[in-house]
Every structure is written in structure tokens, then in C-alpha cells.
Write a protein that binds this ligand. Structure first.
Ligand SMILES: C[C@@](CO)(OP(=O)(O)O)[C@H](O)COP(=O)(O)OP(=O)(O)OC[C@H]1O[C@@H](n2ccc(N)nc2=O)[C@H](O)[C@@H]1O
Ligand SMILES: Nc1ncnc2c1ncn2[C@@H]1O[C@H](COP(=O)(O)OP(=O)(O)O)[C@@H](O)[C@H]1O
Length: 365
């Protein structure tokens, strides 16, 4: 539960509307441990990179005390698009932008109303934190419109973590190490700009569903190990089961030297590819085996002259978006061409990262 400030003492703002945006993300590293109790949150060590696809939230004061939510979808190129049914059917009170504005008003003890308009560009339930970006943009917009001072005091980060594990990162942006639920952030130096082809999918994947599948694999792994012990199997087989199925009780909380080198050494592409990993990839592929084929097609991409594109497709967060790192636009186009015609593919979007976190883009009195 939030502890509301006794009274909002900040100077009231003269603004009547503000527009904020916040970025999508990809997890360059996602190491997942076993939850302390069944069904609980999983301890994570993750490296987030903010991507150049942003959600926009426009907030306008109302004369009454209502919060009123509207939303529209746009393509990454900013053309009008169809809003996902999952979002148009969602109870507005459960929408992350609405919940974020309400959280700021409640916490700051402000009795005010607002129209909240959300422009969605990030695919819903895609593992790219679109909902969290809405929440982050809405938190900052509300903090600015109502002059709460919560961003300056650091309290906005606390509200962010209460809204979801990815929300603090969408607020902060850049490149960051996330621990705990993924919400305990340490900013990392930006390092080189990376280019990604994000292969979005026609169907989403549920984040809790993928974490539950990781737990299921863990239980399966323990069974396999006990069978192996009974059969007096070898250590190599035990290691393989452990790597593919088990979630450790604790995950390493610091980056290794090799990981840091891979993230920050621009010259060595192979080192960068080597550090990319995602413990949610196998569980996501269990639930969506069709994604493996798209990943294989992307990995086999070739330039028009037949030169192979050296890459390593990974699942973004809990999926189903596939993130394909490339070194230039020619390679990006080659990846796009390689996955053309995949049945469940939705879009191939070329993005770069890291980019800034939530920011105010416009405001007016
Ligand atoms: C997997 C990740 C990787 O960055 O991102 P997405 O793929 O969703 O974008 C995140 O951990 C997701 O963050 P987010 O989507 O904000 O999750 P939340 O709303 O806080 O939690 C949704 C559900 O996911 C599970 N969950 C989430 C985070 C975590 N460390 N352990 C978990 O077990 C819990 O079942 C929780 O109820
Ligand atoms: N503003 C929002 N945008 C997207 N999803 C939202 C939003 N508010 C609530 N949700 C719910 O959160 C779920 C996951 O959202 P999203 O952030 O798009 O994906 P992911 O967690 O895979 O990155 C959706 O299935 C939806 O039901």
C-alpha cells in the first residue's frame, strides 16, 4: 500500500495539458531464479536496453474530478493502426496509464480530474514493456501537470515499482542492470548504439504464463535429475538438465567481466552476441514452438551477395517478440527478407537503443 503524503505542498502548476513519452525495451541479459515461494515473483538479474519505439500519454486537466481514458494505436511509422482487442476490452481502471495517474493523485493527496489519451505503438503483450511504458509516461505526465514533486524526490520510482516490475526501467531508460524483480536498477553507461530488428507476432504471450512455464520446467528438471541418479547417469547429462531446466535459488547479481566487455566493446560483435541470453526463452518456446522457425530463418539471413549476417536472435523478455541484433541497415533489411512469409510474424521493426527514458515532449497553459 502507498503511504500518501500528508498534503500536497508543491506549488500548483499553471499547465492545463502535458504530453509525455516513454520507451519500449529489450532484455540483453535475463537470468531468472526460482521464486522463494510457489507462485511468487522470480529473482532476476537483467540488463535492459531502452528502444527507439515510444508510447505517448497526453494528460489534460478536467474541471470535474473524473479520470477519463481514451486510446489509439499507431504503427511504428506513426500511421493509424487498429487497437488490440485486448486493450479496447480492458476495464479502464486496469489500464496501466490510468492506474499510474490515479497512483500519483492518490499518493500526492490531490483531488483532481484528467483526460488521459494514450497513443500505443508498442505491440501488446509482446515482451517489449508497452504497458509499462504507458505507466511510466503517465507517471511523469501526472507529476508534471499536477506539480507533485514526486519525480524530484524519487518517490515516483516507488510508485513505478508498485505498478509493475518493468515500469521503473521505462521511467529511467538508457541501459541498466535490474535486480530483485527487475525493478532495482543500476544505470549502466550507454555503450555503443545497437540496431535491432524486432520481429513482432500476431499473438501475444502472457508474462505470468511464461514464468509459470519456467517453474514447470524446473519441476520437470528435478524429476529428470532424480531419474538420472537412479539410472547412474553421467555428470555431462546432469549438467545439461541443470542448464536447460533448473532455475537457481539465487541468480548472480553482478555482471561478469565477460558480460561487461560484451556490452561495452563496440568493436567486437562476437563478444556482444555471446553475452545475449534469456532464461525465459525456452519456456516461451515451449508455449510457442512456432517462434523457433522464425528465429532460425532470421539466424540464416544473408546479404544480397550471399554473405551471411552474423547474428543471434533472442526472445525479447517473456516474448513472443524476437529481437535480432544487426550491425547495419543492410543487415536489417536482409533479416526482414529472411523472415518474410512466416505465418505468425506481424511486423519487422528496425529500432535502435539505448534511448532516453520517460520525458515530457510538449505542454501548454
Ligand atoms: C519478463 C519481463 C522482463 O523484463 O518483461 P516482459 O516480457 O513482461 O516485458 C518482466 O520481468 C516482467 O515485468 P512486468 O510485465 O512489468 O511484470 P509485472 O506486471 O510486475 O508482473 C506480471 C507477472 O509476472 C510474474 N513475474 C514478473 C516479474 C518477476 N520478476 N517475476 C515474476 O514471476 C508474476 O507472475 C507477475 O504477477
Ligand atoms: N496500457 C497497457 N498496455 C498494454 N497492456 C496493458 C496495459 N494496461 C494493462 N495491460 C495488460 O498488461 C498485459 C501485458 O502488457 P504489455 O506491457 O503490453 O506486455 P509485456 O508485459 O509482454 O511487455 C496485457 O496483456 C494487458 O492485459
Amino acid at each position: 500500500m502507498n503511504t500518501p503524503s500528508a498534503a500536497n505542498t508543491a506549488a500548483p502548476s499553471a499547465l492545463t495539458w502535458v504530453e509525455a513519452s516513454a520507451p519500449a525495451k529489450v532484455n540483453l541479459i535475463l537470468q531468472c531464479g526460482a521464486p522463494a515461494e510457489a507462485g511468487g515473483y522470480h529473482p532476476l538479474t537483467t540488463v535492459f536496453q531502452a528502444l527507439s519505439l515510444r508510447e505517448t500519454v497526453r494528460l489534460q486537466r478536467r474541471d470535474d474530478h473524473e479520470l477519463y481514458l481514451t486510446q489509439e494505436a499507431r504503427t511504428p511509422a506513426d500511421e493509424p493502426a487498429e487497437l488490440a482487442a485486448e486493450l479496447s476490452d480492458l476495464d479502464p481502471a486496469k489500464h496501466l496509464a490510468y492506474r499510474a495517474v490515479k497512483a500519483v493523485l492518490d499518493y500526492a493527496g490531490i483531488d483532481a480530474g484528467a483526460n488521459i489519451h494514450v497513443i500505443k505503438r508498442v505491440p501488446v503483450a509482446g515482451g517489449m514493456a508497452g504497458g509499462s511504458a504507458d505507466a511510466a509516461a503517465a507517471l511523469l505526465a501526472a507529476d508534471t501537470l499536477f506539480a507533485t514533486g514526486l519525480n524530484e524526490s524519487g518517490e515516483l520510482d516507488v510508485l513505478a515499482a508498485q505498478l509493475g516490475a518493468d515500469v521503473p526501467f521505462c521511467l529511467q531508460g538508457g541501459l541498466a542492470l535490474g535486480r530483485g524483480r527487475g525493478d532495482e536498477l543500476t544505470a549502466l553507461a550507454d555503450g555503443p548504439t545497437r540496431t535491432w530488428v524486432m520481429l513482432t507476432n500476431q499473438r501475444g504471450l502472457s508474462t505470468p504464463g511464461v514464468f509459470a512455464q519456467a517453474d514447470h520446467r524446473h519441476a520437470l528438471g528435478l524429476e529428470k535429475l532424480s531419474e538420472l541418479v537412479e539410472a547412474e547417469g553421467d555428470i555431462a547429462a546432469a549438467l545439461q538438465i541443470s542448464q536447460n531446466y533448473l532455475l537457481p535459488a539465487e541468480v548472480p547479481t553482478e555482471l561478469t567481466e565477460a558480460q561487461s566487455r560484451g556490452l561495452f566493446t563496440a568493436e567486437n560483435w562476437q563478444q556482444f552476441l555471446a553475452v545475449l541470453e534469456n532464461d525465459l526463452q525456452l519456456p516461451a518456446l515451449d508455449l510457442r514452438p512456432d517462434l523457433a522457425e522464425i528465429m532460425e530463418q532470421a539466424a540464416a539471413a544473408q546479404l544480397p551477395d550471399g554473405t551471411p549476417v552474423v547474428t543471434k536472435p533472442i526472445i525479447s523478455g517473456s516474448g513472443p517478440t524476437i529481437a535480432v541484433p544487426v550491425q547495419n541497415l543492410a543487415e536489417a533489411e536482409a533479416v526482414k527478407a529472411a523472415v518474410q512469409g512466416s505465418e505468425t510474424l506481424h511486423q519487422a521493426i528496425i529500432l535502435t537503443g539505448p534511448v532516453a527514458g520517460a520525458q515530457i515532449d510538449a505542454s501548454g497553459e
